[in-house]
Design a protein around this ligand. Structure first.
Ligand code: ATP
Ligand code: MG
Length: 286
């Protein structure tokens, strides 16, 4: 069964004349790591709201077409049921943390599932360990740094043991080095969940393509509410470059795309030094 299946999906927010999503066809298999990108206002957050059932259940509007998440039809499945399989981390973790201790926030989801107390305790311990914040369990979320709050928000989702993890611009509140370590942490997390027999699907909306590229199975580019490119990450970036689609293609790749045919380059360079060497430049110093 696919993790996500959207067929001819259209959505228009109530009171808005223009549709936010138009004719979206998208299938995401279990275990994939997908980047959804595209210019501001193109519909990325709207798309992930559909996957959580927040559209249509919390946002009024007109939804047409079909949307299934693990076979559940989002139109007639309660958000609370979808939340047992899908967890979302929003760009502002503040919206997600609302109790007086990290531990209580992380326990909130499993408590709502009415799980036995010892199972809740195990889940909280495991989620805190996975994101590396056991030492913050008794802290108030208000006293944490942006990066720590982001980790607490991720732990509060992991305690529900979701099969689909969605991140909507998780690094937007973080400095460059915290952004890099958060992205690294997300995919380490996926690997460790997969090692314990799971098949976790990751969907991430993010502008920092450079940090993500090596982790992705696919890139989906959305423009004005439509999927305009979908496929192998490098191919999608090259198509975006040639079609001048305004997404954040790493500069090194832009140079590679420009010269690869003329200079007979077969693979993208990982560093500027490697590119210089591929182009026959000096390699010895520095
Ligand atoms: N709650 C809402 N009510 C009405 N219109 C909305 C609402 N949320 C978003 N929109 C509109 O829907 C369209 C898509 O917005 P959306 O937030 O999904 O874009 P986005 O790609 O996530 O943008 P960004 O990169 O800035 O986060 C935009 O035209 C936006 O103004
Ligand atoms: Mg958005």
């Amino acid at each position: 069964m696919a993790a996500v299946e959207l067929r001819k999906l259209c959505f228009r927010y109530a009171g808005s004349e223009k549709p936010a999503l138009t004719d979206i066809d998208l299938t995401i298999e279990e275990g994939e790591s997908i980047l959804i990108t595209g210019p501001s206002g193109c519909g990325k957050s709207t798309l992930v709201r559909v996957l959580m059932g927040l559209i249509p259940h919390s946002y009024p509007g007109e939804l047409k077409g079909e949307a299934y998440v693990f076979g559940m039809d989002v139109k007639n499945t309660p958000v609370s049921r979808i939340a047992t399989r899908c967890g979302i981390v929003f760009q502002n973790p503040d919206n997600q943390l609302f109790t007086f201790s990290v531990e209580d926030d992380v326990a909130f989801g499993p408590e709502n599932l009415a799980l036995p107390p010892d199972e809740i305790g195990r889940r909280v311990d495991e989620a805190l360990r996975l994101v590396g914040i056991e030492h913050l369990r008794h802290s108030s979320p208000n006293n944490l740094s942006g990066g720590e709050q982001q980790k607490a928000a991720i732990a509060s989702i992991l305690s529900m043991k979701p099969s689909l993890l969605i991140f909507d611009e998780p690094t937007s509140m973080l400095d460059p080095s915290s952004s890099a370590s958060l992205i690294q942490r997300i995919f380490e997390l996926k690997r460790s969940l997969d090692e314990t027999g799971g098949k976790t699907t990751v969907i991430i909306v993010e502008h920092r393509i450079d940090l993500l590229l090596k982790h992705l199975s696919r890139i989906v580019v959305v423009s004005e509410g439509r999927v305009i490119l979908d496929g192998d990450p490098l191919r999608v970036l090259e198509d975006s470059f040639r079609k001048k689609i305004p997404i954040n293609i790493p500069p090194l790749l832009q140079i590679y795309f420009r010269v690869k045919d003329k200079c007979g380059l077969k693979n993208p360079p990982a560093t500027v030094k490697e590119l210089v060497s591929m182009l026959g430049g000096p390699t010895s110093n520095g």
